[in-house]
Design a binder for this molecule. Structure first.
Ligand code: ADP
Length: 204
């Protein structure tokens, strides 16, 4: 259910929109999250994009993360948690956000709960697709975009890490009373987007 917040003396009701996107690499998460953030008017916070930017800018974080990312491994929780917590503290995230790629492990999910001071996220969207489709999409993206972590080894590693580290979050959130809306990621970008919006309308 939505968290309605009404500051004392205000006539305005704020509807919190705190959405998490879960789903394996290649499920279309990034594309759909960007669209949904525009629709909801909340910032799209992608841990992968933030880390790639840090690598390009050559920051301390970027230098530490570059090799780990290229191998398809996970950047240590403490580094990612600090990066995202700092981003969530910025003003534009006060009325909501759409998190994409974070949390990716149970400790990250617990750290997020702490950072939000028990003010949990509203909804989790789980975007899924069969593994053979994910592999096909990721190999195609590798040819088209030449991302340094889109080698066959790194892709296999990322999908394995998703199963081991991230998939358990699908059970973590319902246990916290947060609904997980499962959405079929097969089909056109428009068709999947309609499914996501419908799933959210049902959850709110
Ligand atoms: P993909 O979903 O295609 O793997 P992302 O852009 O989400 O791409 O992430 C790229 C890489 O950035 C990951 O393989 C990992 O090394 C790192 N990364 C992103 N988010 C996290 C996170 N929450 N925790 C640890 N590492 C992360």
């Amino acid at each position: 259910m939505p968290a309605h917040r009404q500051p004392a003396g205000s006539q305005v009701t704020y509807v919190s929109r705190r959405v998490l996107f879960l789903g394996p690499q290649g499920s279309g998460k990034g594309t759909q999250a960007a669209r949904l953030s525009t629709l909801l008017g909340v910032p799209h916070i992608s841990s992968g994009d933030m880390l790639r930017r840090a690598v390009v800018e050559g920051t301390d974080l970027g230098r530490r993360a570059a090799g780990i990312m290229a191998a398809g491994d996970l950047v240590p929780d403490d580094l990612v948690v600090a990066m995202v917590a700092e981003r969530l503290g910025q003003g534009d995230a006060a009325c909501g956000f759409l998190l994409d790629g974070f949390p990716r492990t149970l400790p990250q999910a617990q750290a997020l709960d702490e950072a939000l001071h028990g003010d949990a996220v509203d909804t989790v969207v789980l975007l899924w697709a069969p593994e053979h489709e994910l592999l096909e999409r990721l190999m195609k993206r590798a040819l088209e975009q030449g991302r340094t972590d889109d080698t066959a080894e790194a892709i296999t590693r990322r999908l394995a890490l998703y199963r081991e580290e991230t998939a358990p979050l699908v059970d973590y959130y319902p246990a916290q009373g947060v609904a997980v809306a499962e959405v079929d990621g097969l089909g056109t970008i428009d068709a999947v987007f309609v499914r996501i919006v419908n799933a959210l309308a049902g959850a709110w």
